[in-house]
Structures are given as structure tokens and as C-alpha cells.
Design a protein around this ligand. Structure first.
Ligand code: NZQ
Ligand code: ZN
Length: 393
């Protein structure tokens, strides 16, 4: 087991009606003036934003609003948020939505706490983060896990780059999780969330460090829970119990619990981010469209790990190590297909790519040859090209 630090300062408030505690939690965490950040329309339409505004007003907390966050959130909107915060003396950012809204809130918080430095300087790792404003979350979709994670992913809409930034400063002060708020989700978004939650655990399970018995057991239990409840939720998105399991799993999957003592891989995420930056596709779908190709490419490097995954997650016990490994990959890909997720580029809706386009995707993914991606197997531009090519049907 590798050494680790595990510090998750986020206060979780889970259950029906808990969004009504938002104003009180803002005060508890030092907020006196709030920027309310939200997405396109779902939180307005459901009445959630109305309730939050009412409660902030009743609690005597002044606020400004910034709506219109889009999936694969844009840097330019976060910059606009920083202006509002600085102009109005705001000291707390409250995100109402999913990963895109939360990550925009994190971007605003870092940008506003460091007014002389462009936000992208932090996301492109030019400048380390040493301060941020506090962020609180009211979660409306179980998926990205940003409500407890140390990361935030923004898309620079000028240079078309999607980049994640990991820092302890990104951990929200509180996360309100009421599964009732997810019951308006379209089935496709539920499935994208299921895929992303699974992937956050798989990206940690496929680690070059193995033999962490408890961490592996937690990862396998989480995956089995998400697979079972994901199927129920996609068939019945109004199922409170299934959405509750997904919501909690989404947070645990990405707060680092499922990878303690190991080393994260995250190659599939980098391959997916390049697809989202280029084609603006949903994050969960970008991952499932390449995971099977990534897995087949990496399996020969460590078939034992894939066989353990097949045994633990899918109870595949018959056959040689390699047969079990391959069967586990097939079962996972079949599962993605069964919940309506794409498992190749044409199903992702980006058509069939030319050789030149595939080479371009791979080259951008490895920052023009200046980095490799992944840890389970370190992948260079040629490896990424082969994985995209295998998924290109
Ligand atoms: O904008 P609205 O109208 O709210 O619609 C949203 C959006 O279209 C809709 N939605 C959310 N809650 C809803 C709802 N519709 C009806 N009812 C509700 N209750 O869902 C759509 C997707 O929202 P989004 O926030 O984009 O989803 P998600 O949570 O999957 O976030 C994806 C983003 O998070 C990043 C991804 O790369 C992507 O940009 N990630 C962030 C991570 C982190 N910060 O730790 C880790 C992840 O790996 C991921 O990279
Ligand atoms: Zn993800």
C-alpha cells in the first residue's frame, strides 16, 4: 500500500428536503454575500432555484445570480462570474446543478480570490493555487463527483482545450444531496452519470499498485451497487432508492476513497476530454465510447488485474486468466450498451474519423508529445492513436 493523505473537509447533508438547509449552511461556512451559479434551465423549471432564492432572502443573505452554465463548462462564463464577485463584494459561491455548474463555481472561486491572475494560468498549471473562496453545492445529478472532489474541469473556449485542475482548494465546504432533485433528469443524463461514476472507480482500480485488499473490496462493492441501481434508474428515473444509491456512490467514487493506497490511471478520462473538447459531447458518453478499446489495448500488459476485475465485479470464475479478463471487458461494454451509452465513435455521434483526424486527436491528447497519459500503462501519442482507431467504427 502506498502512503496517502485522506482529508475530505466537505460536509455532506443527504436526504429529502435538505436543500432547505442551504442558507443556514452558507452562514455556518462564513458566507455573507452569495453568487448563485446554475445551468441552462432545469433548476429554474423545477422550482429549486426559486426555493433557494426565497430561503437566502429569508435568512438575510444578499445574492447575485449567474445562470447559463453549459455542459463542458466554458472558461469565459467563469471569468464573467469573477467580475460579478469582485464588483459586488461576494464572499461565497453556491453551485446549484451538476459537475459543469460546480466546476464553474470552483473556477470563479479561484479566479476571484486571485484577481491579478487569469483563471487559465491555474488550469494550465502555470501558477499553483494558494487560495480560493468557499464553495457550497446543491447537487442535482449524480455523475461527476465534483461535490466532494478536489478537481474542476473547464473548457477554454478560445483555444478549445478541456483541462482539469486538482487541488485541495477545490473541495467544496458542503454538499447538499437530495435524491428527489434528480427525478427530473432525462434518462440519457442518468446513464451518462452511471458511466462516469463507474469510470471514476475503474480509473483507480486499474492501478500499477495492486494488493490493496480493503480499497479493492470497496471499489468492487461500489461498482456492483452502481451497475445494479444504474439499470433500475435507467428503466425508472423516478426511483428514489436507486437514485439515492447512485448519488452517494457518485461522491464516494471520486472523493478518492476507492483508490486509497494506489495510483490513479485516468487515461480514459484524458482520451474522453479530447473528444469533448473537439466535439462537445457529454462527458460520460465520451468515456464509454473509448473504454472498451482502452481495456483491450492495455489488458495484455496485466491480464491478472483484468481477471480480478472480472471475478469481483462480474463473478466470472471459469476459464484462463486471459479468457476471464476478456470476458470482463465484454460484460462491461455490454452493460454500457444496455443502458444506452455509446461504445464506439459512430455511436457517440461524431461519425467515422479520417486517419488525419485520429492522429490530431491523439496528438492533442498527449499535448503534442510533451506528456504521456495513464499510469496502469503509460500511453504515448501512438498508443492513443491506436485506441482511437480501434474505437473508430
Ligand atoms: O443546464 P441544465 O438545464 O441544468 O441541464 C443539465 C445539463 O444539460 C442537466 N441536468 C442536471 N441536473 C438536472 C438536469 N436536468 C434535469 N433535471 C436535473 N435535476 O444535465 C445536463 C448535464 O449536466 P452537467 O453538469 O454537465 O453533468 P455532469 O454532472 O455529468 O458534469 C459533467 C462535467 O463535469 C466534468 C466533466 O468533464 C464535464 O465537464 N467532470 C468533473 C469532475 C470533477 N470536477 O471532479 C470529474 C469528472 O471526471 C468530470 O470530468
Ligand atoms: Zn468523469
Amino acid at each position: 500500500m502506498k502512503d496517502f493523505t485522506f482529508h475530505i473537509p466537505t460536509e455532506v447533508v443527504f436526504g429529502r428536503g435538505t436543500e432547505r438547509q442551504a442558507a443556514e449552511l452558507v452562514k455556518k461556512h462564513g458566507g455573507t454575500k452569495v453568487l448563485l451559479v446554475s445551468g441552462g434551465h432545469s433548476a429554474e423549471k423545477s422550482g429549486l432555484l426559486g426555493r433557494i432564492r426565497q430561503d437566502l432572502t429569508a435568512a438575510g443573505i444578499p445574492f447575485e445570480s449567474l445562470s447559463g452554465v453549459q455542459p463542458n463548462p466554458r472558461l469565459s462564463l467563469a471569468e464573467k462570474g469573477v467580475e460579478i464577485v469582485l464588483k459586488n463584494g461576494i464572499d461565497f459561491i453556491l453551485a446549484v446543478g451538476g459537475g459543469s455548474v460546480i466546476d464553474t463555481a470552483k473556477g470563479i472561486a479561484i479566479g476571484a480570490a486571485n484577481p491579478g491572475t487569469p483563471i487559465w494560468d491555474f488550469w494550465s498549471q502555470k501558477v499553483p493555487v494558494t487560495k480560493s473562496l468557499p464553495v457550497g453545492v446543491i447537487l442535482t445529478i449524480p455523475a461527476a463527483g465534483s461535490e466532494m472532489s478536489d478537481s474542476a474541469v473547464l473548457t477554454n473556449d478560445t483555444i478549445h482545450q478541456k483541462r482539469g485542475l486538482s487541488t485541495q482548494w477545490n473541495r467544496p465546504k458542503f454538499a447538499i444531496m437530495n435524491p428527489e432533485l434528480t427525478l427530473t433528469l432525462p434518462v440519457y443524463q442518468v446513464a451518462c452519470g452511471v458511466a462516469d461514476i463507474m469510470m471514476h472507480t475503474m480509473e483507480r482500480y486499474f492501478s500499477p499498485v495492486v494488493g490493496n485488499e480493503l480499497t479493492d473490496a470497496i471499489a468492487v462493492a461500489l461498482l456492483r451497487t452502481v451497475i445494479r441501481n444504474g439499470k433500475i434508474a435507467v428503466g425508472d428515473p423516478h426511483n428514489y432508492d436507486a437514485m439515492s444509491e447512485l448519488m452517494w456512490a457518485g461522491s464516494l467514487s471520486h472523493n478518492n476513497l476507492t483508490g486509497l493506497g494506489g495510483i490513479k490511471d485516468f487515461a480514459t478520462h484524458q482520451l474522453g476530454h479530447e473528444l469533448s473538447a473537439t466535439f462537445n459531447v457529454a462527458h460520460g458518453a465520451s468515456l464509454t465510447s473509448v473504454w472498451g478499446s482502452w481495456a483491450k489495448y492495455c489488458m495484455p500488459h496485466n491480464p491478472e488485474r483484468f481477471a480480478s476485475f472480472a471475478e469481483g465485479v462480474w463473478q466470472i470464475t471459469e476459464g484462463s486468466t486471459e479468457e476471464k479478463a476478456l470476458r470482463g471487458i465484454e460484460k462491461t461494454v455490454d452493460y454500457f450498451r444496455s443502458i444506452g451509452m455509446p461504445v464506439c465513435l459512430s455511436e457517440l455521434g461524431v461519425g467515422i474519423q479520417s486517419e488525419e483526424e485520429l492522429r490530431g486527436l491523439a496528438d492533442r491528447c498527449v499535448f503534442h508529445g510533451t506528456r504521456t497519459i495513464g499510469q496502469f500503462l503509460k500511453l504515448d501519442g501512438e498508443d492513443c492513436y491506436r485506441i482511437y482507431k480501434d474505437a473508430n467504427h
